[in-house]
Design a protein around this ligand. Sequence first.
Ligand code: NAD
Length: 295
Amino acid sequence: MNIAFIGLGNMGAPMARNLLKAGHSLNLFDLNKDILAELAAQGGHISASPREAAQGAELVITMLPAATHVRSVWLGEDGVLAGITEGVPAVDCSTIDPQTVRDVAAAAAKQGVHMADAPVSGGTGGAQAGTLTFMVGANKALFDTLHPVLSQMGRNIVHCGEVGTGQVAKICNNLVLGISMIAVSEAMALGAALGIDSQVLAGVINSSTGRCWSSEVYNPWPGIVETAPASRGYTGGFGAELMLKDLGLATEAARQAHQPVVLGAVAQQLYQAMSLRGEGGKDFSAIINGYRKPE
Ligand code: NAD
């Protein structure tokens, strides 16, 4: 299949590589010339703009940083909608607010183009291994059309509902995650300050009602879970800046829906303070450092 792939960063480049490996022909566009050259050497074709990439493509995929990039790549003068053929399926995999994707999809629909949102979880490791989870917002027919190609980049392809609901699923999950990591951090730090062995406390939480992914798989206290970023100086994993971005999307979407997200807003401020301390590049579980004396 001839696929346009736009946005070839930490996530998009390995996703595009998996599509090349699966035998697709790719029209590539990114502002970064180096990554274009690298992927062209692996068999992709370089396009001069999103419009040119979309021309003749049988599917368009975008993977961009934020809503402003998605709007300009899709709706700009040289954007995807200026080049795409009527009836061609399209999907944006960026993590952005649900309203932007609904606006862009409405503009696409006016041209007879059906567009889905399909944000991912699984990080750069999942993008490289082709094991991402895609949270897809699309009508059933479009979901069925996209499924085979998304399966070449991911393992779990979840149909969340109509366009925009993929983003809703993504930001609601990360709202839980951002808050639960803080709750576990408070409990682990309090326990240590009150004199219980951290390994014993983690064991009690993980066999009691406080058990959650943040305590069991990704415990923020160093040395509890060997494979967690806490046990390697909070490197790798999911950066605090990305968590801050996702909590910002959740609180802004909540504001638009007149819905309270009290703990989400507090969590956002705590990750904001972490960013201010210069720790935004660390894994988000380093939020626990705000509760511990420096070593
Ligand atoms: P990134 O910054 O590494 O890559 C973004 C790419 O988009 C860059 O190569 C940049 O040059 C390109 N770009 C920016 N503006 C452009 C434009 N106008 N035209 C063409 N290309 C343009 O970001 P990433 O880590 O690949 O993340 C992409 C999206 O996936 C984000 O929305 C992010 O929140 C989400 N996400 C990231 C992760 C992760 O672990 N990195 C995990 C899940 C979801």
